[in-house]
Design a protein around this ligand. Structure first.
Ligand code: UDP
Ligand code: MG
Length: 318
């Protein structure tokens, strides 16, 4: 059997402190997998420099000069973690059989890759790395991160709980994923849309080795917002729902004001004014929701996502 070529894809943004520590770890992991005959000798570690202002790119170039196992690509400017990762994966899909994406800060257990590759050999095309514990995260980080997953799930975005972007994806899946042409990307929610056989591998999350997180609360919120709005049009549905409820309430209010009016217990003008306000606000919300529905449809259409994906063909087996 031909052993698969593995590319470990690592986005890096201002990581000059971390790279010299973690790069050898990645190499060690690849060497051990080559020794175990799990992956091909041509497997590589590929760094994506996401427009860092520090010496990150210089370090990557030096690494690749010292050891052919290291490779790198450099983005023209900072485009954010998701875009950097996408760039790396799209580059790697032509050169490899499988890719594993991971952060470069050593927080995710690098040795879990062995298990991921074993799952690939068992027939899985996608293997999600899931954090089993978050004890080393600060309370704030854990709380915000876990609320983030719950919010996403309640909004109908299908994500694996406590899975970030540490995962194995085969090139076969990536080639299909390349047809998802949207600009707002949220990889961990989009990879499940591609389908194929998948599973999860559990690992413990450590503290950052050096440097600091580039995911402050503001970026996390932006990611959550992107995640929801790029995967679902549920927020629009909520407006429609609210409209229906308000219209219904205003209907009851209308009956109530009529009763009060005929009992003669109202101030002049109150009945008509309050009825109009209630009724119109209900109608307005419903209308907004209906307009939103159409915008939602247009939004989904403009993505021009593939409508189906063929995972295998009988012709595949020679
Ligand atoms: N990163 C990136 N571009 C950015 C921000 C972050 O490529 O604009 C990379 C960063 O180098 C790291 C990964 O994304 O490898 C995750 O970032 P970080 O560790 O800061 O986030 P956290 O683990 O705290 O969520
Ligand atoms: Mg990190």
């Amino acid at each position: 059997m031909n052993k698969p070529v593995l590319y470990i894809v690592i986005p890096c943004y201002i990581e000059e402190e971390v790279l010299p520590i973690t790069a050898p770890e990645f190499k060690k992991q690849i060497d051990s997998m080559i020794a175990d005959e799990l992956v091909s000798k041509d497997s590589k570690v590929m760094f994506v420099n996401d427009g860092s202002r520090d010496k990150t790119w210089g370090i990557i170039k030096d690494l690749s000069k010292q050891d052919p196992v290291f490779k790198g690509i450099c983005l023209s400017r900072n485009r954010g973690h998701q875009n950097a990762l996408l760039a790396g994966l799209m580059e790697a899909k032509e050169l490899s059989d499988i890719t594993i994406s991971i952060d470069c800060d050593g927080q995710d257990d690098i040795t879990a890759m062995t298990q991921m590759v074993k799952e690939y050999h068992n027939g899985c095309e996608v293997v999600y790395g899931v954090r089993s514990k978050r004890e080393t995260d600060t309370f704030m980080k854990r709380f915000t991160a876990e609320s983030f997953y719950k919010l996403l799930a309640s909004m109908g975005a299908e994500v694996v709980f406590n899975h970030a972007d540490y995962r194995l994806v085969s090139s076969k899946v990536l080639k299909e994923f390349a047809n998802f042409k949207e600009v707002n990307i949220f990889l961990r929610g989009m990879i499940p849309l591609v389908g194929f056989k998948s599973t999860s591998v559990y690992y413990e999350r450590h503290e950052r080795i050096a440097g600091e997180s580039h995911y402050p609360l503001s970026k996390m919120l932006a990611l959550a917002f992107d995640g929801i709005t790029s995967l679902s049009i549920k927020p629009i549905r909520i407006i429609t729902g609210m409209g229906i409820i308000v219209a219904f309430l205003s209907f009851i209010m209308l009956i109530y004001t009529f009763i009060r009016y005929f009992m003669g217990a109202t101030i002049e003008g109150w009945a008509s004014t309050s009825s109009i306000i209630c009724f119109l606000s209900g109608i307005q919300l419903i209308s907004l929701g209906v307009i939103g529905e159409y915008i939602g449809k247009i939004y989904m259409e403009t993505k021009a996502r593939p409508r189906f994906i063929i995972s295998e063909r009988t012709d595949d087996q020679e």
